[in-house]
Design a protein. Structure first.
Length: 139
């Protein structure tokens, strides 16, 4: 069995944003040489997420509105976490909802996706570099 590991770095200039990272993940898969196995993609920061869904701008705007309705950024005083001097209590909750990682099967050297599926990095407390881990195991 082979193993491959790579860190992808992202710096979203806004507080929140979504990036389609499927091309970078596919590149990692090509670099790995693995044809059959599993790929793990996870955000290595507690205010960011990795998830799978459709690459459609309206859906992403709906996600942003929905998440902001569930855990609005302001007023920052509503979050006990922010008493530590932070202002990102909402980002931790948004990450919990959207998830930490995804696992995708690899078949014949390709991501084994359903129709329209893509991998996204979700940022909820941006404006600084953050990592995403790509770990692939298989043959």
């Amino acid at each position: 069995m082979k193993s491959y590991r790579k860190e992808l770095w992202f710096n979203v200039p806004a507080r929140r944003g979504f990036i389609n990272i499927t091309p970078q993940v596919r590149q990692c898969l090509r670099e790995s040489g693995i044809l059959e196995g599993m790929i793990l993609v996870n955000a290595m920061h507690i205010t960011a997420s990795v998830f799978i869904n459709d690459d459609e701008a309206g859906l992403h705007a709906d996600y942003d509105d929905w998440l902001e309705g569930l855990a609005p950024h302001a007023p920052t005083s509503r979050y006990r976490h922010n008493r530590t001097g932070e202002d990102n209590g909402d980002a931790h909750l948004k990450r919990q909802i959207m998830g930490r990682e995804v696992v995708v099967a690899v078949t014949a050297g390709e991501l084994d996706f359903g129709p329209w599926e893509q991998i996204f990095y979700g940022e909820f407390d941006g404006r600084r570099p953050k990592r995403v881990l790509v770990k692939i195991i298989g043959e």
